[in-house]
Design a protein around this ligand. Structure first.
Ligand SMILES: Nc1ncnc2c1ncn2[C@@H]1O[C@H](COP(=O)(O)OP(=O)(O)OP(=O)(O)O)[C@@H](O)[C@H]1O
Ligand SMILES: [Mg+2]
Length: 262
């Protein structure tokens, strides 16, 4: 029985696992989330006993400590790649951690190569929601987006008078937020999701082709559970000939990858 903590830019995920069996999965938010993981470990210890080992990763990993347990730091790019390999059961894949921002890691056996990424991610979606709609709850933004139509806000290829141009069809985006025919919260929320999903999906698709893994983009991170973002990514994938996979437990996938055994 081992514990793993991903102290990310926004959230701190605490996992307790026995082999592939996740016994505890808890997510903490807020500025003191890395330190607050101590409380979760206290609870874990009461219920299950002391974990054998504690693995830590993420931008705020250095702020985690726990009593007598020795911490093992895990390189974040390794944790991202290994988490994607484990959850998707693929030894070669393009791991995409869509968290606060977005990181891309090519995983091949036990080699993990950071390919870059983009500063557009979950925090961008929430930041745009706050700026445009005064709404920073991702679940509320998602519920709005489900009832909205981004093509009333985004300029499409068809709006420019094209039937088709290059690889694009009339429904594809020519310019995100380039039309603004509607300003309803639902349509604006849909356009925010479209912008974030299209940027992330395009960057990932191009990287996946370069890495020769177009059919194996494995998406981790909290935003990966968002069905509206998933459908944008699926559409981007059809356009670029790539395929996005959203494994179960992907929202804590980086913590899964930090574990030594799976
Ligand atoms: N359903 C959702 N849809 C979109 N964004 C979401 C959703 N739920 C959470 N987020 C956003 O996702 C981010 C947190 O995701 P996650 O926990 O995967 O990242 P992190 O580990 O904190 O960050 P990083 O890995 O970039 O350091 C936050 O910016 C949060 O606002
Ligand atoms: Mg994380």
């Amino acid at each position: 029985m081992d514990a793993a903590i991903d102290a990310g830019g926004s959230c701190t995920d605490v996992l307790l696992a026995e082999g592939r069996h996740i016994l505890v999965s808890r997510t903490l938010q807020g500025s003191d989330a890395p330190e607050a993981s101590t409380g979760v470990l206290d609870e874990v210890r009461e219920r299950f006993g002391i974990p054998r080992r504690l693995f830590v990763t993420g931008a705020r990993a250095s702020r985690v400590s726990y009593k007598e347990l020795t911490l093992t730091g895990v390189d974040e790019m390794t944790a991202i790649g290994r988490g994607a390999q484990r959850l998707a059961e693929k030894s070669t894949c393009l791991a995409m951690s869509m968290g606060t921002g977005t990181a891309l890691v090519h995983a091949n056996g036990d080699a993990y190569r950071h390919l870059g990424g983009t500063g557009v991610g979950g925090a961008t979606l929430v930041g745009l929601g706050r700026l445009i709609l005064d709404e920073g709850n991702p679940d509320t933004l998602m519920a709005l987006a489900r009832n909205g139509d981004a093509t009333r806000v985004d300029l499409t290829v068809g709006d420019l008078g094209y039937k088709a141009v290059g690889i694009l069809t009339p429904d594809d985006t020519a310019a995100n937020l380039g039309k603004l025919d509607s300003r309803t919260p639902e349509d604006l929320a849909a356009a925010i999701h479209t912008l974030v999903g299209e940027v992330v999906g395009t960057v990932a698709s191009q990287a996946a082709h370069r890495a020769d893994s177009p059919n194996d983009i494995v998406v981790l991170g909290k935003p990966a559970a968002n069905p509206v973002l998933r459908s944008v990514l699926d559409r981007v994938g059809r356009l670029f000939g790539t395929r996005f996979t959203f494994p179960d437990e992907g929202s804590v996938g980086v913590a899964v990858g930090a574990l030594n055994e799976w």
